[in-house]
Design a protein around this ligand. Structure first.
Ligand code: HEM
Ligand SMILES: Nc1nc2c(c(=O)[nH]1)N[C@H]1C(S)=C(S)[C@@H](COP(=O)(O)O)O[C@H]1N2
Ligand SMILES: [Mo]
Length: 428
């Protein structure tokens, strides 16, 4: 008993010594709402990216505007990166609450603390692996990135939901009658009526509770000792977070959005680098396709049912050529526009008498890779901007860009823009 009391007192002292004007419920509320919004944006854009790669039966996607995937994924990565200063600031603001006492008050309280622990841990992992992935450091992961990142999304959002659900009664109470904030950011609690006071167990226990909006965090100060001189003012704190957020966004978002390109310092891919001025993810050498891609015997096999045509490079060149300006919008966040020309997918489908409303399966010369085979959903296959490209910026494709022929289609992730094509198969 005595030991428990001592631990409790130690925790209280720790708690009190960590006090600072920027560590107040309001800072936590503001940061919590910003962070919560950024997470929701990440979840929605992430789900878009997931389903465009692995659509459920019956799902269809927009093919216009051509930059919809670029913007969606650019927002995913940019708001994901913005989560770093926000989550560190948020953890800073609520840090003393780690030592709040009693450690566990009740079963719901245990559930709350456990859900917060899960939420913080899973969020940090989610953000970190996401960022590492944009730098293509996934070779470091002993697990498949997409599946883990996808699954963790539900852990992150689920633990946040549990956390809010546990707090719902209190949230409801505070929405009915809001407290206000004092100049130092602390909560001025509204006068509780006797009826309101009765069911509030925490109030009885501690005398003082603070409540933070969306996250439902309870702030509880016990045995307040006079605080040390403030080290960081609340304004200074927010200014720091805002500057850090603006800087990190401003210096990376250029990888996804052209007009910020000049400021792209940290983004792993820069516009204009690579052969023909376009970045390359996997080279022909890495993909082990150099011999097959340069062989004179190369043909593009186009088929629909039992009709098959094996087209040589020259035969493809002899078909009507079309020019499009479309971005490569990599799932990892970088995007770059380029001028492509080649044969329309719809023309190739028509050549073998295929249904222009059908999906088309594309096969690469590359073997044993998740890029080896992709499917053009009907809405993309029938789009006149979808090309089997032969030229990039007015010259034949560099071998690293998919020579002899690659797919380029609007509004889709880069991973689906298959290089080194060997066949097109109309599915029915
Ligand atoms: C709470 C925060 C986040 C959530 C909920 C989230 C969610 C998702 C989801 C659901 C996907 C689709 C996965 C799939 O295709 O199965 C995704 C993809 C992705 N996310 Fe996140 N994400 C978050 C933060 C981040 C951050 C901070 C970064 C990087 C800075 C990031 C980078 C990526 C990348 C690169 C992909 C593409 C993966 C691929 O298709 O290969 N994410 N995200
Ligand atoms: N066969 C094959 N196609 C591929 C790839 C690949 O590795 N192999 N990389 C994809 C990815 S992830 C992107 S973003 C684009 C990049 O195109 P680039 O390397 O020509 O710039 O091609 C896609 N097509
Ligand atoms: Mo990519």
């Amino acid at each position: 008993m005595l030991v428990a009391w001592r631990i409790q007192r130690l925790l209280n002292q720790l708690h009190n010594s960590l006090e600072s004007p920027s560590r107040n419920p309001r800072s936590a509320v503001v940061l919590g709402r910003l962070l919560g919004s950024a997470f929701i944006v990440c979840l929605l854009t992430g789900l878009y990216s997931h389903f465009i790669q692995d659509p459920l039966p019956g799902m269809a996607f927009l093919t216009r505007p051509i930059w919809i995937y670029q913007v969606s994924q650019g927002i995913h990565i940019t708001s994901g990166i913005l989560c770093f200063p926000l989550i560190f600031a948020k953890l800073y603001a609520v840090f003393p609450e780690l030592f709040s006492t009693p450690i566990v008050r009740s079963f719901p309280h245990l559930l709350e603390r456990a859900s917060i622990a899960l939420f913080v841990a899973s969020s940090l992992v989610q953000l970190t692996i996401g960022l590492l992935n944009t730098y293509q450091w996934y070779a470091l992961f002993p697990f498949p990135f997409r599946q883990v990142h996808f699954a963790l999304s539900f852990v992150v959002v689920g633990s946040l939901a549990i956390h809010i659900a546990v707090k719902l009664p209190i949230i409801a109470q505070y929405w009915r009658k809001r407290d206000s904030y004092a100049a130092d950011g602390s909560v001025v609690r509204h006068e509780l009526t006797q009826a309101e006071r009765q069911p509030d167990e925490l109030q009885r226990l501690t005398g003082r509770t603070y409540y933070s909006g969306v996250t439902g965090r309870i702030f509880q100060w016990i045995d307040r000792t006079p605080s040390p001189a403030p080290s960081t003012s609340r304004r200074g704190f927010f200014a720091t977070v805002a500057v850090a957020g603006a800087a990190i966004v401003g210096l990376t978002a250029g990888q996804s959005f052209r007009w910020l390109d000049v400021a792209n310092i940290f983004g792993p891919r820069k516009n204009g680098t690579g052969p023909q001025g376009l970045p390359v993810n996997r080279t022909a050498k890495d993909a082990d396709v150099v011999a097959a891609a340069t062989a004179a015997s190369w043909r593009l096999t186009v088929s629909s049912g039992s009709t098959t045509q094996a087209l040589s490079y020259d035969q493809l060149r002899a078909m009507p050529q079309h020019e499009v300006v479309l971005p490569i919008a990599c799932v990892e966040g970088w995007s770059q526009y380029a001028r492509w020309s080649g044969v329309r997918v719809v023309d190739l489908v028509a050549l073998v008498g295929g249904d222009t409303g059908a999906a088309v399966r594309l096969t690469s010369l590359e073997q044993n890779s998740s890029y080896a085979m992709t499917t053009l959903q009907p809405e993309f296959a029938s789009d006149e901007l979808s090309l089997v490209a032969l030229d990039l910026e007015g010259a034949p494709l560099d071998i690293d860009h998919g020579y002899p022929a690659r797919l380029i289609a609007p509004a889709r992730p880069g991973v689906l823009q298959t290089k080194w094509l060997t066949s097109l198969e109309v599915l029915s």
